[in-house]
Write a protein that binds this ligand. Structure first.
Ligand code: GZL
Length: 385
């Protein structure tokens, strides 16, 4: 009715409800002023709620009125494996601290709780939200073709960290992670040198507590280590999936202790499984580590893992570096400036740690020179994670 009044004055019969109001000019002026103020207020109110809605958006661009502030930020959707281990916590923290609002990013983080279906759905949602970049740490290597084609069709660069992904290389922009097979080979070569140094070359009985089945960490570490099982005639009694968790490590170690009387070596494919295995060995009255009957090998070399190495509970720990985010940020900056990453695959730097200097250095069958770092307080203090 307000605009109606301003544009043209319709016949009174149309404006019947309002005519009584305009009987005096004074009344009309007051109403026009009130309606004008109301209109200005309502338009202003709309603008501010849009800003707060946009500013608080979780990075989704489907917030209909995202504020200019969040639009200036680079939006990233990150589908993380889960929260199963200390390593994972370090990986997540590396991404959160690198891709912070202060650094110019709007990070939408999804913890996929080790569920592949949830991870695929999270990536599909990022595509629908039209984020600027998608980061994936793939729970397993397979099943990615369709959703990555959707991301490619939407023009969203996909960056893969840590574990590998089995798709055509045209479906992702870059991968930053570890050579898991090399990690397994280093562990096998170290065990060979350690057994020789301890003059234990008769029958060697080994059990493996493997990582999440189908993950590239599990595939690579198993492949690399088992090359040395075969080459040295070691007796691999069993290998079962501990899902990279402490609970998984304990349960499987308990079952191994029931099934096998004479275990010489326990290979744990991450530190949290090693913590669980140690709990089971302790409860069974077994000795392990530096001065024990059972050798423990682990992977990740997290701070908690290296504390166990320093105490002598874990004999050797092979690093898997979770700090991929700074490598990714370099790649994003290159893409943002119209460039592309120098290499599509980037391997992070990794080291090998031991509880003592029984084996200080060795060459793997693959020709790689390895130097073991003995863990002491100084080493622990200098660790980034
Ligand atoms: C390896 C990583 C693995 C770690 C585990 O790069 O994917 O997953 O070794 C983690 O600790 O759960």
């Amino acid at each position: 009715p307000f605009f109606f009044l301003m544009i043209r004055r319709p016949p009174r019969s149309t404006l019947f409800p309002y005519t009584t109001l305009f009987r005096s000019m004074r009344m009309k002026k007051a109403l026009v002023a009130t309606l004008t103020a109301a209109m200005v207020f309502s338009l202003t109110a709309c603008g501010s709620s849009g800003e707060s809605a946009g500013g608080s958006s979780s990075g989704s661009k489907d917030a209909s009125s995202s504020s200019s502030k969040s639009d200036d930020l680079i939006s990233i959707g990150f589908a993380q494996v889960g929260h199963e281990s200390d390593w994972r916590t370090a990986s997540t923290e590396s991404c959160r601290s690198t891709f912070s609002k202060e650094n110019g990013y709007n990070l939408s983080f999804v913890d996929c709780d080790n569920k592949s279906a949830d991870q695929l759905e999270a990536v599909r949602n990022f595509v629908e939200q039209e984020v600027d970049y998608i980061i994936i740490d793939p729970i397993v290597e397979t099943g990615w073709d369709t959703v990555l084609k959707e991301a490619k069709d939407a023009g969203i660069p996909v960056l893969v960290i840590d574990r590998n992904i089995k798709v055509d290389e045209s479906l992702y922009t870059a991968w930053v992670g570890s050579d898991f097979t090399a990690e397994g080979e280093s562990a096998g070569a170290w065990l060979k040198a350690y057994l020789e140094a301890k003059k234990k070359t008769d029958k060697v009985n080994i059990v493996t507590i493997a990582g999440t089945n189908g993950s590239s960490a599990q595939i690579g570490r198993t492949k690399g280590f088992n090359k040395y099982v075969k080459a040295n005639g070691w007796n691999l009694l069993d290998e079962q999936d501990g899902d990279f968790t402490q609970d998984g490590g304990q349960k499987i170690m308990e079952s191994y202790l029931k099934s096998y009387k004479d275990i010489d070596v326990v290979v744990c494919q991450n530190d949290n499984e090693a913590f669980g295995a140690i709990d089971a060995l302790k409860a069974a009255g077994k000795t392990y580590g530096k001065d024990g009957d059972i050798i423990i090998i682990s992977f990740d070399a997290t701070n908690a893992g290296l504390k166990n190495v320093k105490e002598g509970s874990i004999n050797a720990d092979f690093e898997c570096n979770p700090l991929a985010a700074p490598y990714l940020e370099d790649i994003i900056k290159k893409i943002k400036d119209g460039g592309k990453p120098d290499n599509q695959k980037v391997y992070v730097d990794e080291a090998c740690f031991a509880c003592d200097d029984t084996v200080s250095s060795f060459k793997t069958d693959e020709g790689k020179e390895i130097t073991m770092t003995v863990v002491d307080d100084k080493v622990l203090k200098e660790r980034a994670y």
